[in-house]
Design a protein around this ligand. Structure first.
Ligand SMILES: Nc1ncnc2c1ncn2[C@@H]1O[C@H](COP(=O)(O)OP(=O)(O)O)[C@@H](O)[C@H]1O
Ligand SMILES: [Mg+2]
Length: 428
């Protein structure tokens, strides 16, 4: 029998509080005083809410492989900045007093002010409210697809809604069937959408049967609407658009529309036809924070957007120098971490490591290398530049970690002040 294991990403205080829960009982049998009655969607698994130290958590009892998988995907989505519930941990190795083993429990933070669709529909839903709900969900799906996330079980039950200045914002709650790819093919996207359409049609028909829909709301038309709206949005996000050169303002309009939808435009492909009368543009749309997410996905390094852009440029340069441009991105990234990133960080004496976050240090070493190379008239190597940087620059900098109080003690947001943790011990 395995020992109980708590894998919890939380402040020590939260961990302590979680330890007090009756993990040796099936979740279904937990006494009421541990639980908070809050609305929740329809689920296959037993899901309950509990309140600990002013915070509410959702607990889901689920087999090990699913718990691990969902935990990992939710963590990925969090790093990718996708609106989704936050995973706190997995409690496994649970055992009843009679020795019978119990399924693990996935712990997530309850999403404050979130409403399952059933709670929203508890009063009769009007047509325009349904439309806004669907729009929010469609934006969420498109955002996931841009990031290469295949949901696999999109439904109203697996989405939470928050009110958002008269509209709604949709959050992913159930990632169990998700898959994170580099990018999705059209087939994958359309399949994901078809699953959503079928699920939503069923859910809307249930609501209609229970008398929660205004008669102007047709369940089938509503689920079809998901597909139509998605297609329109996807075209807006990705398609070429042609117009007369005199209508250049339309470029700005398109960018504005995208910004309003919550997307950033990383670059615009602009082609002018031979006659010079027509301009065609295609935006490269990204979710805000594109570079930091790409870097994180490839290397596990959590950096700010500009740092990430810098590090990715260095990665590209490395790929070119080592003649690996045709190689698989992830393989090159891994080699870059081993050949470039980690060796530089290893040069930093432990007592200086709190001075700056590691991506910032790496960025500064790159700058320093450039400066040294220019001054000396030859290409100074990375190790030499790193050593010189430590001796002449870093040594004289204040300790920023101490100034920012970079600990996990802030109970409000334990992750907020925490810089990227280099696994120093593994590096040596
Ligand atoms: N972190 C959370 N915050 C708010 N509600 C949640 C959270 N986790 C789960 N729920 C509620 O529980 C329901 C079921 O959770 P879900 O993960 O979809 O379980 P299942 O895998 O059994 O379908 C959701 O529809 C949602 O209403
Ligand atoms: Mg679900």
């Amino acid at each position: 029998m395995s020992a109980m294991e708590l894998r919890i990403l939380a402040t020590p205080r939260e961990q302590q509080a979680l330890l007090d829960l009756p993990w040796d009982m099936p979740l279904e049998e937990w006494p009421e005083w541990y639980l908070v009655a809050l609305p929740r969607g329809i689920s296959r698994h037993v899901v309950r809410f509990t309140r600990l130290g002013g915070r509410i958590y959702a607990l889901k009892e689920v087999v090990q492989s699913y718990a691990d998988r969902e935990y990992r995907l939710l963590r990925d989505l969090e790093r990718l900045n996708v609106p989704a519930v936050k995973a706190v941990g997995v409690v496994s190795g649970r055992q009843a007093p009679d020795g019978e083993s119990l399924d693990p429990i996935l712990v997530t933070r309850h999403l404050q002010f979130s409403l399952p669709y059933r709670a929203l529909f508890a009063r009769m839903m009007r047509r325009d409210t349904v439309d806004r709900l669907i729009d929010a969900l469609v934006v969420l799906i498109a955002r996931l697809h841009l990031l290469g996330f295949y949901w696999g079980d999109c439904s109203l039950s697996n989405t939470l809604f928050r009110r958002d200045a008269g509209a709604f914002a949709a959050y992913l709650v159930d990632a169990e069937t998700g898959e994170l790819h580099d990018r999705l093919s059209d087939g994958q996207r359309l399949h994901d959408l078809e699953v959503a359409r079928v699920n939503i049609a069923g859910e809307m028909m249930d609501l209609a049967a229970a008398g929660y829909l205004d008669e102007t709301v047709d369940p089938i038309a509503t689920s079809d609407q998901v597909v139509e709206r998605y297609r329109t949005l996807w075209a807006e996000l990705t398609e070429w658009e042609a117009f007369d050169v005199n209508d250049r303002w339309r470029i700005a309009r398109r960018v504005e529309r995208l910004n309003e939808l919550g997307f950033d435009v990383a670059e615009l492909d602009i082609v002018t036809d031979i006659g010079g009368r027509t301009v065609r543009v295609q935006p490269k749309v990204v979710d805000a924070g594109h570079h930091s997410r790409r870097l994180l996905r490839l290397t596990g390094i959590d950096a700010q957007e500009n740092q990430a852009r810098r590090l990715l440029n260095d990665l590209d340069a490395y790929a070119a120098e080592t003649d690996q441009q045709g190689e698989d991105e992830e393989i090159v990234a891994n080699a870059w971490v081993l050949d470039c990133f980690e060796p530089v960080l290893r040069t930093i004496p432990p007592e200086f490591r709190g001075k700056l976050e590691s991506p910032e240090i790496y960025h500064e070493v790159l700058e320093h290398r450039w400066y040294l190379s220019e001054r000396s008239g030859y290409d100074v190597g990375l190790p030499e530049a790193a050593q010189d940087y430590v001796d002449t620059v870093l040594r004289h900098k204040p300790d920023e970690l101490a100034i920012l109080g970079g600990t996990t003690e802030n109970p409000e947001d334990p992750e907020a002040t925490q810089p990227f943790r280099v696994p120093w011990d593994e590096l040596r």
